[in-house]
Ligand binder design. Structure first.
Ligand code: NDP
Length: 247
């Protein structure tokens, strides 16, 4: 059986760890050529080598999604086009929305929302080109269940994710006529480095691990790969994936 991902040309942000790295690995294992985007080149190189050792194809693209010009054309040139973009880069700084540091609010908005928009704009012409050439073309945004639920201690993060999910709905409207499929994936709790940067986050993650059996990054990667592997006329505009015990 030939994988529907064979020959796809994918850009994955947040590919240096967690959900982005797992998605990049799985896409490559299914035959896609993958550009790995994040800031930490050493981590990107580790993922790239894992992919290559498994017989796949990947390039590392060290990039801060919030800074500088994003050269979509250079990446597209390396991959031979781009027909799949997975926006997984994101940060969470725990804290009360009503009592936080302004620079932390701004940074979450900058990475999770504005960064996602900047990357999307850089690669959209290539997705549109792929769709108009008759092939599949996918934009996948990794949002969160926090997009539609209140999350104590992560209010600003949740607001950025609500913005991402609503942006996805609007992008779907804009891109549907051109044949670019938009999928907004909303994961519940996943074991990654997302909460590892602070004492509060670490304590929070530990607490959740004792109460629920969280997802692995690979569980979310499988959902992404399923969605983009459907025939091009089949859309999954919003997909929620959660640990069974998370309520
Ligand atoms: P990780 O912390 O493991 O991964 C986050 C990724 O984002 C890293 O690869 C990091 O790379 C990258 N990143 C952060 N800031 C930037 C930046 N300025 N420019 C480029 N890349 C950046 O966490 P997850 O895998 O959990 O997070 C991936 C996505 O999944 C996020 O959008 C998150 O909100 C979402 N999510 C996670 C859930 C969870 O429970 N873990 C639940 C629901 C959604 P680097 O530091 O090298 O730049």
């Amino acid at each position: 059986v030939v994988s529907p991902l064979t020959g796809r040309r994918a850009v994955v942000t947040g590919a240096s760890s967690g959900i982005g790295a797992a998605t990049a690995r799985l896409l490559a294992a299914q035959g896609a050529r993958v550009a790995l985007v994040a800031r930490r080149l050493d981590r990107l190189d580790t993922v790239r080598k894992e992919i290559e050792n498994a017989g796949g194809s990947a390039v590392a693209v060290p990039l801060d999604v919030t800074a500088g010009q994003i050269d979509g054309a250079a990446v597209a040139h390396e991959l031979g086009g781009v027909d799949l973009l997975v926006n997984a880069a994101g940060i969470l700084t725990p804290g009360l929305a009503a009592d936080g540091r302004i620079d932390e609010w701004e940074r979450q908005v900058e990475v999770n929302l504005t960064g996602l928009l900047r990357v999307t704009r850089a690669f959209l012409p290539f997705l549109t080109e792929a769709a108009s050439a008759g092939g599949p073309a996918d934009l996948v945004n990794i949002s969160s269940v926090a997009a539609s639920r209140a999350e104590f201690g992560a209010g600003v993060y949740a607001a950025t994710k609500a913005a991402v999910s609503h942006l996805s709905r609007n992008l779907r409207l804009e891109l549907a006529p051109g044949g670019v499929r938009v999928t907004d994936v909303q994961p519940g709790m996943v074991v990654t480095d997302l909460l590892s940067g602070s004492e509060l986050g670490t304590a929070w993650a530990e607490d959740m691990k004792t109460r629920i059996d969280p997802l692995a990054a690979e569980d979310v990667a499988e959902v992404v790969v399923f969605a983009v592997g459907r025939p091009p006329h089949v859309g999954l505009p919003e997909v929620v994936v959660m640990p069974v015990k998370q309520t």
